[in-house]
Design a protein around this ligand. Sequence first.
Ligand code: P6P
Length: 334
Amino acid sequence: MPEITVTEHLLAAQMEWSPKATGQFTSLLHDLIVSAKIISRNVKQAGLVDILGGTGEVNVQGERVQKLDEFANKTLVYRMRTCGAVCALGSEELEEPLIIPPEESSGSYIIYFDPLDGSSNIDVNVSIGTIFSIYRRREDATEPFRAERMLRPCDTQVAAGYFLYGPSTMMVYTTGHGVNGFTLDPSIGEFLLSHPNMQIAPRGAIYSVNASYDRFWDEATRECVDSFCHPAGGQPYSLRYVGSLVADFHRTLLYGGIFMYPADTRKPDGKLRLMYEAAPMAFLAEQAGGKATDGVHRILDKTPLSIHERTPLIIGSSEDVDHVADIYRRHGRG
Ligand code: P6P
């Protein structure tokens, strides 16, 4: 099969689905891909450069900022500001959204990103990733964009995806017409189509949750988790947990099963952020035939009240996600 680059794949898809495309989205995706190639290069060198020292600072999430986090955020902010397609951006590393003045960009797109998710794993050489979610602004581009317009219904995403910095660097994304995976060929510096039309099996055999939080869960959540490791009938599921959402979700996308980050007594709204972690993964999951909820309610039916809003996340094979929702409803949720 001849190699197909991600740009060729996108252009072919636009010919089919968006013949009136202006090229803005292509420009945005190009700069996103260049950012990821730069971040990937630095991540691969993480053990060689004294980059592990961390900045000693703490970000808006109260998490220690690693220098790579800061580098990844600066790389993405610079390229999203200058690509000419973006009017506003939200980042895990920025307390406030960045509104790009009309004199700098007449862009029509809003982008959220987690520049380097799972960065606590950098020190131990475990896969980490960049997650992105893209919306299109609604009103006329000449009207100054207002920050409150960042709070979009999650089911209005026009694109979402992630870059996974693992043994190989991958890009997985959707524009609402299925999910496709591309693997970076370092010898030519191109992402090549390696996983066309990715689909999640309706049911899996792996569950993924930080089981050490058992003591903080409510009875319903304990019953959900227990139903996978001690099922009433059939084989127990295997437990796999990397602690890096991009890695745990990517495995769930490929192998099926379920990833859970439920609410608990310390984090009543869960830990993961809606706009740049849960919602993009939910878009991908549904496009691949899977499901994503907060335990009961569909993630894509949510509209945030703030850009860093958190949510519990139950995502993966449709039958496994439904199984969890049934247990929560039996305990009066929903
Ligand atoms: P815990 C990484 O910090 C992250 O935001 C996600 O990538 C990951 O799924 C989760 O937190 C892990 O959290 O509490 O299990 O360490």
